[in-house]
Design a protein around this ligand. Structure first.
Ligand code: PEP
Ligand code: MN
Length: 263
């Protein structure tokens, strides 16, 4: 490996850096883009709290085909409106290569979700487009498999890959949705130069556990965080139980700023 690499992204509010030698970048926002008012309000509020990127799904990988699937293309327009209103960079997920071109028009960083970590044809395609890629760890992927998936993107010509730990499947799902593997932070540091992101929201599945795991991730040296925030978690169309309110997110940002690398 050698030198740590950084991913620099131009946003309306300035360049955001994901990497070891920069302040921790915080990506926040709802699981799904539900409507214009909620995405714009969330964007403004997480920006005011110190986030530099907005997340929000337009195309959602749901376990049940009867669950809300995301608003698709119209949600991309709402993300563009939220970018305009807040100045935040945008991260959104691509599930199908057929949607990639229109996603790339709006997204500053393209997300490949856990369920597609080894969708090799999709990895080759995101590797052949210019926007940085956030590669989430598959829910049962070894670190070796994850790094090889990243290698597909790099080999296709895109050097800007961020690795996101989002919890893995272990034997106990009674108390937490997934097991957040924070040990990957030092492990990845020893194996790769790529920037690291931790997602304690999908990692635990419960809002009440998110602050502790965010603080722990920062203490362990993560380069960035992804946190789900919803203006009314009880009414969220997806992942409400793990979403922070904007108020709780704001207080978490203050708690995080006490630990080392300021956000
Ligand atoms: C998400 O970020 O909303 C998401 C679906 O995450 P994951 O792919 O990690 O489950
Ligand atoms: Mn989600």
């Amino acid at each position: 490996h050698g030198e740590a690499s950084e991913v620099a992204v131009e946003t309306p509010n300035g360049t955001v850096y994901f990497g070891q030698h920069h302040p921790v970048a915080v990506v926040a926002g709802p699981c799904s883009v539900e409507n214009e008012a909620m995405i714009v309000e969330t964007a403004r509020r997480v920006q005011a709290a110190g986030a530099t990127f907005l997340r929000g799904g337009a195309y959602k990988p749901r376990t049940s085909p009867y669950a809300f699937q995301g608003h698709g293309e119209s949600a991309l327009e709402l993300l563009a409106a939220a970018r305009e209103a807040s100045g935040l960079g945008i991260i959104t997920e691509v599930m199908d290569a057929a949607d990639l071109d229109k996603i790339v028009e709006v997204a500053d960083v393209v997300q490949v979700g856990a369920r597609n970590m080894q969708n090799f044809s999709l990895l080759k395609k995101v590797g052949a487009q210019p926007k940085p890629v956030l590669l989430k760890r598959g829910m049962s992927a070894t670190i070796e498999e994850w790094l090889m998936a990243a290698e597909y993107i790099l080999a296709a010509g895109n050097p800007n890959v961020i690795l996101c730990e989002r919890g893995i499947r272990t034997f106990d799902r009674q108390y937490a949705r997934n097991t957040l593997d924070l040990a990957v932070i030092p492990v990845l540091r020893s194996l790769t130069h790529l920037p690291i992101m931790i997602d304690p929201s999908h990692g635990t599945g419960k809002a009440e556990y998110v602050p502790a795991m965010s603080l722990a991730a920062l203490a362990a040296g993560t380069d960035s965080l992804m946190i789900e925030v919803h203006p009314n978690p009880a009414k969220a169309l997806s992942d409400g139980p793990q979403s922070l309110t904007p108020e709780r997110f704001d207080s978490l940002m203050q708690e995080l700023s006490v630990i080392g690398k300021a956000v």
